[in-house]
Write a protein that binds this ligand. Structure first.
Ligand SMILES: [Ca+2]
Length: 195
């Protein structure tokens, strides 16, 4: 937190893969996650919020990436960008990604776009489960990005491939909405079941 970038992937893994999960990436001056040139990256169960510029940004060569179970909220209020049409999730020129089960909300310039290299164009994520609703962090001004009891991100992710514990070590999934079915929450923090 409080850096220029949260996570930067700069084409250093060659043909390998990368996994970014269970991170709180907040209040950085610039991008939350910047991915220049990496295919086969998985971005899962991160809370990416209140960063000055774009929450998740891809550029040339980045494709076939999985972006799921994240909260991407309130990014882009600290950096002027007249050509940007989104500051939530911006995919690269190829745009072949698997984007599903994210809460992408209230990003300054818009939630989704594709950067073709020549400019930003509209982008609609392919996957199911995308929502755009206030994630209702418990107390984000004081750094608490856990979910309030009435957060729409609770039990709204996918259990498939979700990490077995959250950033605080809480076991996933928990039945956070008391409907009898434990489902993973979006973001880095899993709300404990009441009972
Ligand atoms: Ca849950």
């Amino acid at each position: 937190m409080g850096n220029g970038f949260g996570v930067a992937l700069l084409n250093s893994l060659g043909g390998g893969t990368a996994l970014i999960q269970n991170n709180l990436i907040a209040n950085n001056d610039f991008m939350g996650i910047i991915n220049i040139g990496h295919p086969h990256v998985t971005v899962r169960n991160n809370t990416i919020a209140d960063n000055g510029f774009i929450g998740y940004y891809e550029f040339v060569g980045a494709a076939n990436n999985i972006v799921e179970n994240n909260v991407v909220a309130r990014n882009g209020f600290g950096f002027p960008c007249t050509v940007c049409t989104a500051t939530g999730i911006v995919v690269g020129p190829v745009g072949l990604n698997f984007i599903s089960f994210n809460d992408v909300f209230d990003n300054a310039k818009g939630n989704y776009a594709q950067n073709t290299g020549a400019g930003f164009i509209p982008y609609t994520p392919s996957g199911p489960g995308e929502i755009s609703a206030d994630p209702k962090f418990r107390n984000s001004p004081y750094g608490d990005y856990g979910l309030s009891l009435d957060s729409p991100a609770i039990d709204a992710g996918t259990n498939t491939d979700a990490p077995p514990r959250d950033l605080d070590g809480v076991a996933r999934p928990q039945d956070g909405n008391s409907d009898g079915v434990p489902v993973v929450d979006m973001g880095a923090f899993e709300r404990r079941a009441v009972n």
